[in-house]
Design a protein around this ligand. Structure first.
Ligand code: ADP
Ligand code: TRP
Length: 337
């Protein structure tokens, strides 16, 4: 079973990214043959500063490694290191109905958020489908917002196979019945990440890099402290029981503390007697307990860029071997020498 997923390197990673996505990826490497890549070509739709584009890509790779992705178990690579993906993107694009892209939610949502409606953003789902189909992935772990993209990938793979594979029957994509041929492009399935509660930011809205309310995973220690001590709280007096609804500090403690410690904390929270400042200190401690070791590994990788590059090159080589096999079949099928 092959599992594949990608993350766009479009900014610095924060607690929301960890609890909402990265943590699950790190578990998945135990479940099958895992391919994880940094979607730095996709990131170009929003990052227009070349230095930052490179930095975010490296930071994403270091973050994955520091947080537990093991390059011996999973294939970790940069999307742009396997140029075959751009070739498949074009060929696949020739069978993509324009109408599908016109009803893509992500395009509409991003344009509504102010991202420039360029061709690359419009064509984003085609590159994403190429990412998935190039490696014949069986499962693609993604958040709910990405389901439509996986459905597109299935539809377009089917259309490609129907167009170019003689004997392909969409009812029998693996060509199990006599007289049927298997497709060249394998149909992937989405694997929806069990829904993690939305992690709130320091202002109580959803934590997001676009809201400037993040607590970063690998940010400067002083800045992290400042952010945590600055979490917005109400004016409940020290002695009084604290409210649990709409309270970012409470929700963050719930996400970060080990269950037994959270229960202890919860009892005192509801009883009253401690001020918010004490709970913020507790959160800061929990942050360092949880991410201290990863932050240390991150620094080690940062100090050894050659080692990081070696890991990424090794991943790219393994990914490329797979990609070039598939592309040979695709080229032959469409008539490209
Ligand atoms: P941002 O909102 O900071 O731009 P992204 O959209 O790049 O974050 O999110 C990358 C991944 O992290 C997605 O899978 C998303 O579901 C997860 N994620 C981001 N923010 C949160 C959050 N506040 N709570 C839970 N998951 C989150
Ligand atoms: N679009 C995905 C996101 O924003 C990132 C991505 C790019 C991806 N290519 C992919 C995810 C292929 C899974 C498979 O989160």
């Amino acid at each position: 079973m092959r599992i594949l997923s990608g993350v766009q390197s479009s900014g610095r990673l924060h607690l929301g990214n960890y609890y909402g996505a990265i943590r699950q990826f790190v578990h998945l490497q135990e479940e099958g043959e895992a391919y994880f890549f940094i979607a730095n070509l996709h990131a170009l739709t929003t990052v227009r500063d070349p230095k930052l584009a490179e930095e975010f890509t490296r930071e994403a790779a270091m973050a994955y490694l520091a947080l537990g992705l093991d390059p011996k178990k999973a294939v970790l690579f940069r999307q742009s290191d396997v140029r075959e993906v751009l070739e498949l993107y074009w060929i696949l694009g020739t069978v993509v109905p324009h109408a599908h892209l016109e009803r893509a939610h992500s395009f509409k949502d991003k344009v509504a958020k102010g991202i420039s409606p360029d061709f690359g953003l419009f064509a984003y789902p085609v590159l994403m489908a190429a990412d998935i189909l190039l490696y014949s992935a069986d499962f693609v772990p993604v958040g709910k917002d990405q389901i439509q993209h996986i459905e597109f990938a299935r539809d377009w793979a089917t259309k490609f196979n129907v167009t170019y594979v003689p004997g392909y029957d969409p009812q029998d994509p693996e060509g199990k019945e006599k007289g049927h041929a298997p497709g060249i492009l394998k149909l992937p399935a989405a694997r929806i990440q069990e829904s993690t509660a939305v992690v709130p930011g320091v202002d109580g809205q959803k934590m997001s890099k676009s809201y400037g309310n993040t607590i970063d995973l690998f940010g400067d220690e002083k800045e992290i402290k400042k952010r945590i001590m600055g979490i917005k709280t109400d004016s409940t007096p020290v002695e009084a029981p604290k409210p649990t609804e709409d309270n970012a500090l409470y929700q963050l403690l719930q996400v970060m503390l080990p269950p037994a410690r959270f229960q202890e904390m919860d009892a005192s929270w509801r009883a009253g007697g401690k001020g918010y400042g004490e709970y913020k200190k507790l959160l800061l401690e929990a942050y360092h307990d949880t991410f201290g070791p990863a932050r240390k590994r991150y620094q080690e990788l940062r100090n050894d860029p050659a080692e990081l590059e070696r890991i990424l090159q090794d991943g790219a080589e393994r990914a490329r071997a797979e990609a070039s096999r598939l592309m040979e079949r695709v080229r032959r099928a469409v008539g490209i020498p």
